[in-house]
Design a protein. Structure first.
Length: 214
């Protein structure tokens, strides 16, 4: 990988991540991040020209620990990232509610499913205002997908319900011989990936995250 190719992994609007950089104590390695991914490459020329950053906060140390780890958990598995994103089945699952069970219609607790209320004082019945005379309560719909459980943000289910956004999949596929370590038991942790000349970590898509690609 050439040094200027790392720019694609940077975040132009961020004061620290708007260009590739070096990390104190990591001689010869060049880093790039956009806040969601972190990539490290070695064996590229010109690293001495990059800005030098101190990564000494607990969060930064944790990210470097994930990046450096060679551990493969018992239930984890490696998958090959295709060079062409069209080779995998992309989904458009709603990121806010796809982990939730399907909503169900329930019996109205006020009228007990009758759709009407009997007044013991006057001896008359009237329609139940809680369920609008139906006897059932319809579930509330997701305010993000309006109940369709889909959205416009493409992602790839790499296993165990772990989703990777399309744009990161495309980037990893362009690295060459890239593989991703999937750990279904720790879906909240970043996933480690390796490629020729380097390695990186990528955050999975969360319930409240919407991340797409044009």
């Amino acid at each position: 990988m050439k040094l200027d190719e790392l720019n694609e992994w940077c975040f132009a609007g961020h004061f620290r991540f708007n260009a590739p950089f070096r990390v104190v104590g990591r001689r010869g390695a060049a880093f790039a991040s956009d806040g969601v991914t972190l990539i490290s490459v070695t064996g590229v020329s010109g690293t001495h020209t990059l800005s030098l950053q101190f990564w000494d906060t607990e969060a930064e140390k944790t990210l470097l620990k994930w990046l450096d780890s060679d551990d493969v958990p018992q239930d984890a598995f490696w998958i090959k990232i295709p060079a062409d994103v069209s080779e995998v089945m992309l989904t458009c699952i709603c990121q806010k509610c796809f982990h939730d069970p399907l909503p169900e219609t329930t019996i109205c607790e006020r009228c007990h499913g009758k759709g009407e209320i009997y007044c013991r004082h006057c001896g008359f019945t009237s329609g139940c205002g809680t369920c609008e005379n139906t006897g059932t309560i319809e579930p509330s719909t997701c305010d993000s997908c309006k109940g369709t459980r889909t959205d416009n943000y493409e992602s790839w289910d790499v296993g165990g319900g772990v989703l990777i956004a399309r744009r990161f999949l495309r980037r990893m596929g362009s690295l060459g011989n890239c593989r991703l370590l999937v750990d279904p038991e720790h879906t909240e942790d970043p996933l480690r990936f390796e490629f020729e000349g380097g390695r990186g970590i990528v955050m999975t898509m969360r319930n409240d995250e919407q991340d797409g690609d044009t």
